[in-house]
Ligand binder design. Structure first.
Ligand SMILES: NC(=O)C1=CN([C@@H]2O[C@H](COP(=O)(O)OP(=O)(O)OC[C@H]3O[C@@H](n4cnc5c(N)ncnc54)[C@H](OP(=O)(O)O)[C@@H]3O)[C@@H](O)[C@H]2O)C=CC1
Ligand SMILES: O=C1O[C@H](COP(=O)(O)O)[C@@H](O)[C@H](O)[C@H]1O
Length: 507
């Protein structure tokens, strides 16, 4: 086993966290069902995350069994072979993990396959007589089949009410395409499951530095008085990818970058940056604050939006020749409340750009009564880099070392690669699956949160779909349309010129 601590010490820390949040510490049978087991998400993310949990002792042989379900005609070994190449670790551990996996084949809309699945799960449960029976269904499937699959789970595969335990369902985005379709999907799932059984996953909420945002903001006295319109000039939340839609053009074209990244991943980060302090760390308290800040966002102004589409995007045969789908967008959100009135939040995302990164950049106002002519150096910025190479750094003006009284911009740097050298940062999916097993919904999207998120973006999305807003062309490998940088400058962002520093972790 890797990871430095033993499985039982890991389990203890897991249980102590559960106690803090009043979550019951549970033992007994755990059945994890991956629906869509033959697909891309399952083999690249879901099974590797399960393997890491197994490898660290969070899920254990004798207690957990994993079931893959899909339409393809595969044997148990066939599925194991498909996923083996995506798992890295000690060969003995790997074989032990793979032996936990069983495959059941069936369709997504008829009862036969799900009856077979239920029978297989029940046989395993019957052989394990202690504790509760817990059933976790992970829908690694296209959203079009969520309603029918959920209906089948509800009809054939629930943990029988005569047994202690639970049934929980993890659903992947996209949760709808606009407010109406999201509400329709929510209503369909809401008829089948209670909100506490549904886990809407947004994998950005499982990233280390996204999880750190609450701690940073509310456990540090330093930030409390600064985090507001009196001190902060603007905040950017940026996602950049240095590759295009590559083979996913057909899917992507129906969604575009706002639905793919901004309405969910960046908006979740926005919530954690902008929300008020929750009453406690209880999931409902945190999610209440997220909903409140989302509801305080003003309607988006079309003049505060820049859309782009990279040249060559339409060469993909699955993308229509007249597509107006944005592969880049910069959108300014304005929050109408006491803390943030007048502070622009620039949410920017793009594919096929010059670099890959995701970050939050908090830019502070200029120093009043400045005697050092700081403006030439640049403003204070606090940057939280989510990826790659997790880091937080604060850009400060300092005295340039030497005899002269000259100033320059430097940094207080917390690069995780240097500070936490022997610590492996867990994958987002790993944490989120573990949270689901623990029954902690803090890092999952609640139904009213989803609704508030769609309310913000639906009018803009409809304008784009109707061709009222056009995507500007940009060169692949560039920064996106120059109009996006002009928009940032117009709403107040001041770029620091000449500050370049390559820390050892990035060299
Ligand atoms: N711990 C660490 O890893 C640290 C690393 N550094 C490194 O030092 C260097 C400078 O840091 P930093 O200033 O924070 O980061 P960058 O130079 O990457 O970006 C600074 C800001 O300028 C914007 N920008 C870049 N080019 C333009 C342009 N042509 N027009 C308008 N805006 C532009 C960026 O926007 P956009 O987001 O859209 O690109 C970003 O908001 C970086 O390489 C950084 O990685 C510095 C401190 C600590
Ligand atoms: O949800 C999605 O996220 C990925 C980017 O995830 P990351 O963890 O690598 O930042 C993106 O490529 C994809 O288009 C989108 O659907």
């Amino acid at each position: 086993m890797s990871g430095g601590s033993t499985p039982s010490s890991r389990r203890n820390s897991f249980n102590s966290l559960s106690r803090d949040l009043d979550l019951p510490s549970e033992q007994g049978c755990l059945s994890i069902v991956v629906l869509g087991a033959s697909g891309d998400l399952a083999k690249k993310k879901t099974f590797p995350a399960l393997y890491h949990l197994f490898d660290q002792g969070f899920i254990q042989s004798g207690e957990v069994h994993i079931f893959g379900y899909a339409r393809s005609n595969l044997s148990d070994d066939g599925l194991r072979e498909r996923i083996r190449g995506y798992l890295k670790g000690d060969p003995e551990d790997l074989s032990e993990f793979l032996q936990l996996i069983k495959y059941v084949s069936g369709s997504y809309d008829t009862g036969e396959g799900f009856q077979k699945l239920n029978k297989t799960i029940s046989q395993y449960e019957a052989s394990n007589k202690s504790g509760s029976y817990r059933r976790l269904f992970y829908l690694a499937l296209p959203p079009s089949v969520y309603p029918s699959v959920c209906k089948m789970i509800r009809t054939y595969c629930m943990n029988p009410s005569s047994h202690p335990g639970w049934t929980r369902v993890i659903v992947e985005k996209p949760f709808g395409k606009d407010l109406d379709s999201a509400e329709e999907l929510s209503a369909q799932l809401g008829e089948l499951f209670e909100e506490h059984q549904l886990y809407r996953i947004d994998h950005y909420l499982g990233k280390e530095l996204v999880q750190n945002l609450l701690v940073l903001r509310f456990a540090n006295r330093l930030f409390l008085p600064l985090w507001n319109r009196d001190n902060i000039d603007n905040i950017q939340i940026v996602f950049r990818e240095d590759f295009g839609t590559e083979g996913r053009g057909g899917y992507f074209d129906q969604y575009g970058i706002i639905r793919d990244i901004i309405q969910n991943h960046l908006l979740q980060v926005f919530c954690l940056v902008a929300m008020e302090k929750p009453v406690s760390l209880k999931p409902e308290h945190i999610r209440d604050e997220k909903v409140k800040v989302l509801q305080s966002v003003n309607p988006i102004k079309p003049e505060e939006v820049v859309l782009g589409q990279y040249d060559g995007y339409k060469d993909d045969p699955t993308v229509p020749d007249d597509s107006n789908t944005p592969t880049f967008a910069s959108v300014v959100l304005r929050v109408h409340n006491e803390r943030w009135e007048g502070v622009p939040f620039i949410l920017k995302a793009g594919k096929a750009l010059s670099s890959r990164k995701a970050e939050v950049r908090v830019q502070f106002k200029d120093v009043p009564g400045d005697i050092f002519r700081n403006k030439r150096q640049g403003r204070n910025e606090f940057v939280i880099r989510l990826q790659p190479s997790e880091a937080m750094y604060m850009k400060l003006t300092v005295k340039k070392p030497g005899l002269e009284m000259a100033t320059e911009q430097s940094e207080l740097d917390l690069s995780y690669g240097m500070r936490y050298q022997n610590i492996k940062i867990p994958e987002a999916y790993e944490r989120l699956i573990l949270d689901t097993i623990r029954g902690d919904q803090q890092h999952f999207v609640r139904r009213d949160e989803l609704k508030a998120a769609w309310q913000i973006f639906t009018p803009l999305l409809h304008d784009i779909d109707d061709g009222k807003l056009k995507a500007l062309p940009y060169e692949p490998g560039s920064r996106g349309p120059k109009e996006a940088d002009e928009l940032s400058a117009r709403v107040g962002y001041v770029q620091t010129h000449g500050y370049i520093w390559i820390p050892p972790t990035l060299a």
